[in-house]
Write a protein that binds this ligand. Sequence first.
Ligand SMILES: CC(C)(COP(=O)(O)OP(=O)(O)OC[C@H]1O[C@@H](n2cnc3c(N)ncnc32)[C@H](O)[C@@H]1OP(=O)(O)O)[C@@H](O)C(=O)NCCC(=O)NCCS
Length: 194
Amino acid sequence: MPHGTRDDQTGAPAPAAPEPAVAEGADSGVRLAAPVLGDGPDLWRLARLAGLALNSPYCYTLWTRDFAATSVIARDSGGQARGYIIGYVRPDAPDTYFLWQVGVDPAFRGRCLARRMIDHVGDRITQRGLTHLEATVTPDNAASRALFASFARSRGCEAVWSPLFGPEHFPAEAAEDDEHEDLVRIGPLGRAGT
Ligand SMILES: CC(C)(COP(=O)(O)OP(=O)(O)OC[C@H]1O[C@@H](n2cnc3c(N)ncnc32)[C@H](O)[C@@H]1OP(=O)(O)O)[C@@H](O)C(=O)NCCC(=O)NCCS
């Protein structure tokens, strides 16, 4: 499905120019691309492997159809899925991208793969005219907090943190212990390295 069609559905600004489908890292041999229909099972497996809150298989497959332009899958040289980001343009704030999940195979952590993926998304959304990236993170997730702080630094902007969701926003019988999700809002986004 062309990117323009998806943009129409989310209300986001149309992309200014066609983007490369694949970006290759200089060192790792891990290639980043927008997911395609058929990547849903690998996204689900990666979410489970990364220890993230696991959505239904249907959710990940739906994501590859409707939000591929705002998501990333990273595959190693053997084609094994090693990392992913899923996210969307907020319908009520079309200048803002919400990064829903980022996960990296534990065997591939600490190699800047998450940074590469978020940079890839950051480039795509700035090309589309978006100015902010948001995500929520639990207070104890040091790796995730460091990732967003690092991304903000690289774009020359601030990461502003505020409480968003608390235990009252989740079903008591399903919630983890005392679940809190802090919102991080990053922007206005510059190009990487600014
Ligand atoms: C968070 C996660 C995606 C980071 O992936 P990664 O590929 O190892 O991260 P990177 O190597 O790209 O590191 C990015 C930055 O975070 C820092 N970082 C990574 N892991 C860290 C840790 N455990 N503690 C502190 N800082 C950490 C790095 O030093 C780097 O910062 P820098 O650029 O200032 O040097 C990975 O740990 C993961 O999959 N965690 C489980 C899923 C999760 O919690 N996702 C976030 C919630 S949606």
